[in-house]
Design a protein around this ligand. Structure first.
Ligand code: GDP
Length: 235
């Protein structure tokens, strides 16, 4: 039985388009601040359920995208920027912060097009032995075995140096053969020089070819992130 029966907390949101990820799946350079994010597609976000065990996961249906990051990295804020306030609020509701919160993105005909899985934030403490040492036991099986999981979005804070726990997660995803993309959050807090320096440090420290700088506050990079999500969703 799911933790609770699926309830609709849906609301309209728009996201920017059109899809413009590069051929190799890397991100395009975000547009400068202040450009209007022209909505071309409308989805409705529907909260499905909070899962506290593998039995509670929704039956695999459409492509799924997982969002991962340390607590306080800005995951709720970014989800808010992507799909709207209610989804982020659901994920921060006490009791649901240790669960995987599933959201369906419905098209205008109310058909699910994509599922978002908001995973619990992992702690500041080092993740030892397994990535899920500080996590509920069902997280690792989710990441390892979920058949419709097409992409993991790993959030790292652009204001802090590369963290061991992030490195471990990313290494684990590599080892598991999971497709992932790393976004550097709260980029608005940095000046131009700091931004370049910190993003480079993250790339180096986490051994990444590509990191997408984003800001939930200004919307910077959100359009490019959506392009990547859509590309993964249509694989
Ligand atoms: P979560 O624990 O990962 O869900 O993180 P939250 O979304 O709750 O954000 C943690 C803190 O970072 C809050 O104080 C947010 O206001 C702040 N924050 C999140 N995203 C941004 C951002 O893009 N820019 C700035 N300046 N602050 C942010």
């Amino acid at each position: 039985m799911p933790l609770e029966s699926p309830s609709r907390v849906s609301h309209k949101f728009c996201h920017a388009g059109p899809v413009s990820s590069t051929r190799d799946g890397s991100f395009r350079e975000p547009q400068p601040y202040g450009l209007p994010q022209m909505p071309t597609t409308r989805f409705t976000t529907q909260f499905l359920l909070s899962a506290l065990s593998a039995e509670q996961f929704p039956a695999p249906s459409v492509s799924e995208i997982a969002f991962l990051g340390r607590s306080n990295v800005g995951k709720s804020s970014l989800l808010n920027a992507l799909v709207g306030e209610k989804a982020a609020k659901v994920s921060q509701t006490p009791g649901r912060t240790r669960a995987i919160n599933f959201f369906a993105l419905l098209d205008q005909r109310q058909h699910p097009r994509l599922l978002f899985a908001d995973l619990p934030g992992y702690g500041y403490a080092k993740i030892s032995k397994s990535i899920s040492a500080g996590w509920p036991a069902f997280i690792e099986p989710y990441l390892a075995m979920r058949s419709m999981l097409k992409l993991c979005i790993c959030l790292v804070d652009s204001n802090v140096p590369p963290q061991q726990s992030d490195r471990q997660l990313i290494d684990w995803l590599r080892h598991a053969g999971r497709d992932f993309a790393v976004v550097a959050t709260k980029i608005d807090r940095l000046s131009g020089n700091e931004r370049t320096r910190n993003v480079l440090a993250l790339k180096k420290g986490l051994e990444l070819e590509d990191v997408l700088p984003v800001s939930a506050k200004t919307g910077y990079g959100v359009k490019e992130l959506w392009a990547r999500l859509e590309a993964a969703g249509s694989e």
